[in-house]
Write a protein that binds this ligand. Structure first.
Ligand code: SAH
Length: 348
């Protein structure tokens, strides 16, 4: 009997590796296809749920493997319908994911890392630092949990997925891509890649890699400023990854992907609320076809950041719109339960 701690996470194995396992144990390769379907498409949490396997096969699997399924430790519901899940991982660490219902959509907002290493000055997740990357199955499970909640509480299917929870998806690229492969595969959740958006601080070399990999999902960039000095002061990544490099990467991305990029943008009092900043954004928006989401600042502490006035938001929106750039001013969802952008910090 393999010791508990030596059992492998079975979802780290590819279908081919599972086949090899069964063949080397004197069984048929076909068994792997059955197990793979239970693990991903049916998302079972226990080998005993694999009802078309013999008891003997289930025992063999139990001896060698574990299913490191996530566990929704705490679910909070906002009075606007938003649901926040505190998700416990197999090693006890916690991440958060959010279900955001609107009239036409149900969106899952999922985490890609435990904590974050990027130190954006306005973000609560940054305070947690980065503890580890999430495995593909841990990302996948967050989506499954929200898909189930969507059907249970809203009687509607999950329609969209955004990688806008904790962490920087492009710093956990391989696992994020592997999770997305399963989410979009008919052998997994069979969701359309065009309904998926990966949000990033804008790591240029990874955007180029994504373009080369010909991924089919959408890209959002947390821009927040189109002026290097200002952006560096709120997002330290900009020191080593300045706007010029980001711009080149976005041009390359667009040349391959040919879909609008979304810029996420918060306007703060005294940081980027002047006409010069608005003009800089307008100029940046001419680099590739794009749309802009002006998102409300969610206060995370008593620190220096404060949401700018509605007038400042309109100062941004009007010139962008008059240049044909769709610009939405988005109100926060789930604020009362700390589920809004940048508020995910395992407070519960
Ligand atoms: N690291 C990725 C994924 C996180 S997405 C990224 O930066 O895109 C979380 C989004 O919420 C980002 O656009 C981030 O800039 C924004 N955000 C962070 N803190 C916020 C806050 N306090 N109020 C509003 N938006 C915030």
């Amino acid at each position: 009997m393999v010791k508990e701690e030596q059992r492998r996470d079975i979802r780290k194995l590819s279908l081919d590796q599972l086949k090899e396992f069964f063949v080397s144990h004197g069984d048929k390769a076909f068994r792997a296809t059955q197990v793979h379907e239970w693990l991903w498409k049916k998302s079972v949490k226990d080998f005993d749920q694999m009802s078309n396997l013999s008891l003997q096969t289930r025992e063999l699997l139990k001896q060698h493997f574990s299913i490191n399924h996530i566990h929704v430790d705490n679910m909070q519901r906002s009075n606007d319908g938003t649901i926040k899940n505190a998700v416990k991982l197999h090693d006890g660490l916690i991440v958060e994911s959010v279900l955001i219902p609107t009239e036409n959509r149900i969106t899952a907002c999922v985490s890609s890392q435990v904590g974050c290493s990027l130190d954006c000055k306005f973000c609560a997740t940054a305070r947690l630092k980065r503890m580890r990357n999430l495995n593909p199955d841990e990302i996948y499970d967050q989506v499954v949990a929200i898909k189930e909640q969507s059907e249970l509480f809203f009687g509607r299917p999950l329609t969209n997925i955004v990688f806008m929870g904790m962490g920087e998806p492009l710093l956990n690229y391989a696992n994020v891509i592997s999770a997305i492969d399963k989410i979009t595969s008919p052998k997994g959740l069979n969701m359309a890649a065009k309904r998926l958006t990966v949000s990033t601080v804008g790591i240029a070399k990874m955007i180029i890699k994504m373009a080369d990999d010909e991924v089919k999902f959408n890209l959002a960039v947390s821009l927040h400023s189109a002026v290097n000095e200002t952006r560096s002061s709120i997002m330290p990544i900009n020191d080593t990854n300045p706007l010029e490099e980001l711009a080149e990467a976005l041009k390359y991305w667009y040349s391959k992907r040919k879909r609008k990029v979304t810029y996420e943008y918060v306007v703060w009092d005294g940081v980027n609320d002047t006409i010069e900043h608005a003009r800089a954004l307008l100029k940046f928006c001419k680099i590739v076809p794009c749309k802009v989401n002006i998102i409300e600042y969610n206060k995370i502490d008593e620190g220096g950041y404060k949401q700018a006035s509605d007038e400042a938001l309109r100062m941004y929106q009007e010139p962008l719109e008059s240049h044909g750039i769709t610009t939405r001013i988005r109100k926060s969802r789930g604020k009362d339960i700390d589920a809004a952008c940048g508020q995910l910090a395992n407070k519960t």
